[in-house]
Ligand binder design. Structure first.
Ligand code: PAF
Length: 271
C-alpha cells in the first residue's frame, strides 16, 4: 500500500472506490474501507483520503485539536484492504491563487433545526472538499458512513445535482460494546462522561418503541437531559429529505446532536 500526497501521484488510481476521511481512523473507518474493498472487487483500487479540511470547521479551536495520526491511519488502511492513502497538504487541495468552487448547497443541508443551525457553513465546506477530492481522485464510487446521516444525504444530493458521476455507498455505523457510536472525538470524553455518553444510543432505542414522532422526540430529550447532555437537537425526520414527518407511511430517521463537557456527539437510527 502506498501513501501519496500529490494529485500527480494518483495517476493510475482513477475509477477507484474512495473512502474520504479526516484521519484519526478507528474501527468504524476500518469497516468503511472493508466495504469499499468489497465494492471494488479485485479489479478496482481502494483509495482512502486523509485530509483535515479547514473549510468545514466553524470553530478554530476544534480544527486545531483535531487529532492527526497519519502513521497509525496508514497501518489501519493497509490492514483493511486499501491500495493507497491520499494525504495531501492544504496547498494541494486549495492551491494558492486558485478559487476552489463551493457547489450549490442542496436543500437537505439547510433543513431547519439540524446541523446548519449549530454549525453554520459546515456543509458548504464539506461539499467543497468532497467535490474537490472527487476531482483529484476520480473515483467511480465513494463510501460515507451513516453515522453522519445528514452529511450522507447532503453528499448524495450534491453529487446528483452536480452530476459528478460518483456512486455514493452508505457504510454501517460501528458501535462500542455499550452502544456508543465510534467517533474520532470519543477520545476527548472525560472518564466521568464516558458512561453518560451511551445516552445517545439509549435514547434512539427508546424512540424506536414510540410510534408518535412528538412522543419519540420527548422521550429522547428526557433520556439525554437526565444523563446530563446539553441537547442541540433530538428529532424525528423524514429519512432522505430530513423535513418533518407528514404522512404515516414516511420512512423516518431519529437524529441526535448533544454536547457532553466540551465534546460534541451525534448519532441516528431508523425510526
Ligand atoms: O466525514 C468526514 O470525515 C468529513 O466530513 C469528510 C466527508 C471526509 C469531508 O472532509
Amino acid at each position: 500500500m502506498r501513501v501519496v500526497t500529490s494529485e500527480r501521484e494518483l495517476r493510475g488510481l482513477g475509477g477507484c472506490v474512495c473512502v474520504p476521511t479526516m484521519g484519526a481512523l478507528h474501527a468504524g473507518h476500518a469497516s468503511l474501507v472493508r466495504a469499499a474493498r468489497a465494492a471494488a472487487g479485485a479489479a478496482a483500487p481502494v483509495v482512502v483520503t486523509v485530509f483535515v479540511n479547514p473549510t468545514q470547521f466553524n470553530d478554530a479551536a476544534d480544527l486545531a485539536r483535531y487529532p492527526r495520526t497519519l502513521e497509525a491511519d496508514a497501518a489501519l488502511c493497509h490492514q483493511s484492504g486499501a491500495d493507497a492513502v491520499f494525504a495531501p497538504p492544504v496547498g494541494e487541495v486549495y492551491p494558492h491563487g486558485r478559487v476552489v468552487r463551493v457547489p450549490a448547497l442542496p436543500a437537505v443541508a439547510t433543513e431547519p433545526g439540524l446541523e446548519d443551525r449549530w454549525r453554520p457553513g459546515h456543509f458548504a465546506g464539506v461539499c467543497q472538499v468532497v467535490a474537490r477530492l472527487f476531482e483529484m481522485v476520480s473515483p467511480a464510487a465513494a463510501v460515507f458512513g451513516q453515522k453522519d446521516w445528514q452529511q450522507l444525504q447532503v453528499i448524495r444530493a450534491m453529487t446528483a445535482q452536480e452530476r459528478l458521476g460518483v456512486e455514493i455507498i452508505p457504510g454501517e455505523t460501528v458501535r462500542e460494546h455499550d452502544g456508543l457510536a465510534m467517533s474520532s472525538r470519543n477520545r476527548f470524553l472525560s472518564a466521568a462522561d464516558r458512561a453518560p455518553a451511551t445516552a445517545l444510543s439509549r435514547a434512539l432505542a427508546v424512540a424506536a418503541q414510540e410510534r408518535d414522532a412528538c412522543g419519540a422526540e420527548k422521550l429522547m430529550l428526557d433520556t439525554l437531559r437526565s444523563a446530563g447532555h446539553r441537547v442541540e437537537y433530538a428529532v424525528v425526520r423524514q429519512a432522505e429529505t430530513l423535513g418533518p414527518i407528514t404522512r404515516a407511511g414516511d420512512r423516518g430517521r431519529a437524529l441526535i446532536a448533544t454536547r457532553l463537557g466540551d465534546v460534541r456527539l451525534i448519532d441516528n437510527a431508523a425510526w
